[in-house]
Design a binder for this molecule. Structure first.
Ligand code: NOJ
Ligand code: CA
Length: 550
């Protein structure tokens, strides 16, 4: 079991942590079967350490039929044999803790895989059985029950209900799935479901896991007392912003998280959690309270245009929210669900990303230099803000979204289930390039489960390491420097006549100055600590962030 010396007594480590998200199947493949594995992550612990990050978050590595990239979990307390073993997991925790990197794992409580033993048991046990009570089964409408129970669209398209075949071979009941049909939703009114997740949280906490990322945290409790829900849209936002939507962000969901908090607090230091919740801003604080999960993702930046006013506004809003909830801010530019931010920033404003993806990147021109300049500047900007920064593997290499993955190689259900209407998230899940050339660019000695573009070598770790001005070297320097500069969770905006400038100071005099415009602007006084682009005399070039010590 892991060595806890480095975290003894530090109960607040998560408040201003840099957390690096690993998508295990695409990180590093040690045994050459084309799928990233735990042994591959263990092998790259020195690389992770070189980033000076505080924690890694592992996206699901559990047994899964991969109907949704592992977010369809068949066994919550095990490792997919294609990825590794529990012994390797223990070893990974041990190696990461040795270099003072903590570990988050992903908990997927809204739905399991249809291969989960409980769902299989529910299918066998038939109508009205306690086994079916753990999920959400209903009879269909119409004389033969062959009309779905309600007009509900799932997040991945056409329907949120799937009909099963009963044990006697006849067409039977329907079950609800907010995502793919292979992801049946749990019934959180069922006490066995509640108890089982508590067991899962203890299982990983006992193995030394430090924190949990909670998938679709706002969807667990549902209330159908006014009838089964009908929805015509694929989003997963509550239609009512007051806790009374039948599917999302209901007030009762926090009863579950209060129970979980008791479990987290049994450990020293207490285990932490971050909610992935699609709830109105004024309701996110309930997930981030110290009585519930403690922190919630702020995804505003994933949709924000490159615009000074917009950035300033969402930073101010987030600061106010954090103060109110007692939690810390969270900053995210990329993750495994969205178009990588150098691509977002390199495409013309208001580009329709779905159309762009469907056209294999041909519907709008990508300005790669602009994308990378803005990505470098925005990373330094968010690293200077109070709170946690969540990074996604590959952003430190300056990776762009891959839009021209051969269509027959696609894996994402969002792509298949909505022909012509959705983008595939495979474009940000391409296995990482570690080497300039060779087998799968150093991802592993075999192939790669998603094809890598021919020019991937130029973004590799090796290519980045060879260039002192690379994105990787900027990340390494900035994250290490931030550690030494960290201070109270406050900022003061500094007025600048130029509306393209976003300038703020932390209480210790550490300042961040971003020029959102294209033309250079005058550098303020102070000692320059780091700049996302070389300064030109006393001018800050366009699309650049500079850190200054006043
Ligand atoms: C959010 C995850 O980030 C995403 O990848 C997944 O498809 C859905 N939740 C469903 O679990
Ligand atoms: Ca492998």
């Amino acid at each position: 079991m892991s060595d806890y010396k480095f975290i003894a007594g530090d109960k607040k480590w998560w408040r201003q942590a840099v957390v690096y998200q690993i998508y295990p199947r695409s990180f590093a493949d040690l045994n050459g079967d084309g799928i990233g594995d735990l042994a591959g992550i263990i092998d790259r612990v020195p690389y992770l350490k070189s980033l000076s990050i505080d924690a890694v978050w592992l996206s699901p590595f559990y047994p899964s039929e991969l109907a949704d990239g592992g977010y369809d979990v068949a066994d919550y307390r095990n490792v997919d044999p294609r990825i590794g073993t529990l012994e390797e997991f223990d070893k990974l925790i041990e190696e990461l803790h040795k270099v003072e990197i903590r570990v988050f794992v992903d908990i997927v409580p809204n739905h399991s895989s249809d291969q989960h033993e409980w769902f299989q048991a529910a299918l066998k046990a038939g109508r009205g059985s306690p086994e079916r009570e753990r999920y959400i089964f209903h009879d269909g409408l119409g004389e033969n029950g062959d009309i779905r129970p309600s007009e509900l669209i799932s997040h991945f398209g056409p329907t949120g209900w799937t009909r099963v075949t009963e044990p006697d071979g006849t067409p039977g009941q329907w079950y609800l799935h907010l995502f793919a049909p292979e992801q049946p939703d749990f019934n959180w009114d069922n006490q066995e479901v509640r108890a089982d997740f508590i067991e899962t949280l203890r299982f990983w906490s006992d193995r030394g896991v430090d924190g949990f990322r909670i998938d679709v945290a706002h969807a667990l409790t549902k209330d159908f007392s006014d009838g089964l829900p009908a929805r015509e849209t694929m989003d997963i936002d509550p239609k009512k912003p007051d806790g009374s939507d039948p599917l999302f962000d209901r007030d009762e969901v926090h009863e579950i998280y209060r129970e979980w908090r008791k479990v987290f607090n049994e450990y020293d230091p207490p285990r932490v959690a971050v909610a992935e919740a699609s709830a109105p801003a004024h309701r996110l604080g309930a997930y981030a309270s110290e009585e519930t999960l403690g922190q919630a993702f702020n995804f505003d930046l994933l949709h924000a245009d490159w615009d000074t006013k917009r950035f300033k506004q969402l930073i101010s809003n987030s600061m106010k929210r954090a103060e109110k909830s007692g939690s810390s801010n969270t900053w995210v530019l990329s993750n495994h669900d969205v178009v990588r931010h150098p691509t977002r920033y390199g495409l013309p404003d208001k580009t329709d990303l779905v159309k762009w993806y469907i056209s294999e990147g041909k519907s709008a021109p990508l300005d790669a230099k602009q994308g990378i300049d803005r990505a470098r500047a925005s990373t330094m900007l968010i690293l200077a803000l109070p709170g946690s920064t969540y990074l996604y593997q590959g952003e430190e290499l300056g990776l762009f979204e891959v839009a021209d993955t051969p269509r027959e190689a696609m894996q994402d259900p969002q792509w298949f289930r909505n022909p012509g209407k959705s983008r595939s998230r495979d474009g940000c899940r391409i296995p990482l390039p570690w080497a300039i050339s060779g087998s799968s660019f150093g991802f592993g000695p075999g192939g790669s489960h998603l094809p890598q573009p021919a020019d991937f070598g130029k973004y590799s770790v090796a290519a980045n390491e060879a260039d002192p001005n690379s994105v990787l070297n900027l990340y390494r320097t900035a994250i290490a420097m931030r550690k030494g500069l960290q201070c109270a969770e406050e900022i003061k905006f500094i007025f600048n006549w130029n509306r393209n400038v976003l300038h703020f100071a932390r209480p210790n005099g550490w300042q961040s100055f971003t020029n959102f415009g294209k033309s250079p602007v005058k550098l303020p006084t102070g000692k320059v600590l780091l700049s996302s682009q070389p300064l030109v005399g006393s001018q800050v070039p366009g699309e650049t962030t500079v850190w200054i010590q006043a």
